[in-house]
Ligand binder design. Structure first.
Ligand SMILES: [Zn+2]
Ligand SMILES: [Zn+2]
Length: 438
């Protein structure tokens, strides 16, 4: 999805991606942090720019990583759904390929334009799997030994048998998800709705009158553009177009947003024994998360060793809380995200961290602590050795965020890979490239 917007300072056109949080104007070099009051609202432009009395029809859009813990194992995928946000038989239920092929813009005030309010509130349940339990018939191949007569030899007879297998979904999670509202323009002619992008009636047949409530553009829909200057010292912060955390090298601080401006984010830099000094060219950010857990005992590292049946000689100090989960703070392909969360959590990183920002570049932080929290139940299911025992517990597990710390780890790199030698973890660089588009 591509969004065209005019630079708020000089008016030059800027092309944005759906995942962008920073608007950078190539013309006047302005950098602004984009913050909607609730979610982003976009619209397609009518083919006729002078069209009046435009009616905008709302569609919910949802995109993100989907994790599900089910009888057959932990699964992941990418969900990309657009669906009509009102009850109506008139309009198509999805926007089809339109969001990929046409440029969008932020919803703007316009004379005589009316917006149909989303009659169906967005709930994650719309994008979740519809049924908790499904049954599928699977073919089981077996061999039976049959004896000919009482004295004969045994011969192998292959048989196939149909078996009903239950597939139950115990937990679903969405990570790195974006939810937005897309309006598509219409106009009414001869009592019939016309698509204002294609300039044609939206369905053939007799005119049907359907009345909708309407609203006009509200100031609360506008996107706020915040300066990317450090709130502490006023210097420029360092951030990429999709960053949700901005770093200030001048006063050594990190900033995130909570919908009401920039707020300080706690961070540390991990030292490395195995990355040769001077050879570090990049740092990768991870969330270290501490939660209060109900429904499962995981208070200390020893609990994790038991849960995962890890091949470790138990140490008394491991019985002491706290226990920390670790997840990448940058977008990756879902399978690699799960594997790295597992490896970092098992690594039980401890010791002193540095409270200064590193000299080398930091990979853009584009997953929030909330994203990390949303993924933890899945990571826990991944870590458990006895899935049959853990899976039924998942629906009753409650987690409350207690502490989130951003920790920056140095990595070495080859042509194709990033390597963190202290944790013995590596991944292909293209997992990062592909993850950026989620
Ligand atoms: Zn500009
Ligand atoms: Zn600063």
């Amino acid at each position: 999805m591509r969004i065209e917007h005019q630079c708020p300072r000089c008016g030059a056109p800027v092309l944005l991606e759906e995942t962008d949080r920073l608007l950078t104007c190539d013309f006047c070099k302005t950098r602004l942090y984009m913050q909607p009051r609730d979610y982003f609202r976009y619209s397609f432009a009518p083919a006729d720019p002078f069209l009046e009395h435009v009616i905008y029809v709302p569609y919910w859009r949802f995109r993100g990583i989907h994790f599900s813990c089910r009888t057959s194992g932990v699964m992941n995928g990418i969900l990309d759904k657009t669906f009509l946000a009102i009850e109506s038989k008139h309009f198509t239920q999805t926007l089809g390929l339109r969001p990929q092929t046409l440029k969008l813009r932020f919803v703007q005030p316009a004379d005589n334009a009316r917006f149909i309010p989303p009659g169906i509130p967005f709930e994650k349940s719309f994008v979740e799997a519809k049924r908790d339990v499904t049954y599928e018939t699977v073919t089981v191949h077996e061999t039976r030994f049959v004896r000919r007569g009482t004295q004969g030899d045994y011969t192998e007879v292959p048989i196939t048998r149909k078996e009903l297998r239950e597939e139950r979904i115990y937990h679903e999670a969405f990570v790195a998800d974006t939810m937005s509202l897309i309006y598509t323009p219409m106009f009414v002619r001869n009592g019939r709705f016309h698509d204002a992008v294609l300039n044609e009636p939206i369905f053939e047949g007799p005119p049907v009158y359907e009345s909708f409530p309407y609203e006009v553009f509200s100031g609360g829909w506008a996107v706020d553009f915040l300066p990317t200057l450090c709130p502490e010292c006023g210097w420029d912060t360092i951030a990429e177009r999709d960053s949700c955390v901005l770093f200030c090298n001048t006063c050594n601080s990190a900033w995130g947003t909570d919908g009401q401006g920039l707020k300080r984010v706690a961070f540390r830099t991990a030292p490395s024994e195995k990355v040769p000094e001077g050879s570090v060219r990049r740092y990768l950010p991870f969330w270290r998360i501490r939660v209060d857990l109900e429904g499962l005992k995981l208070d200390c590292y020893a609990d994790l060793v038991r849960l995962g049946n890890l091949p470790r000689v138990m140490r008394p100090s491991w019985e002491e809380p706290p226990f920390f989960f670790w997840t990448p703070a940058f977008r990756m392909t879902p399978a690699v995200y799960r594997r790295m969360s597992k490896q970092f959590t098992i690594a039980n990183v401890s010791g002193e961290f540095d409270d200064r920002l590193p000299d080398a570049p930091i990979q853009s932080v584009n997953l929030t602590a909330q994203d990390a929290l949303d993924s933890l139940t899945t990571i826990m299911a991944d870590l458990a050795i006895n899935k049959k025992k853990i899976l039924p517990l998942l629906p009753d597990i409650k987690m409350t965020l207690r502490e989130a710390l951003l920790v920056l780890f140095p990595v070495t790199e080859t042509d194709h890979e990033y390597i963190q030698p202290d944790i013995k973890c590596s991944f292909l660089k293209n997992a990062l490239e592909q993850g950026k588009n989620i």
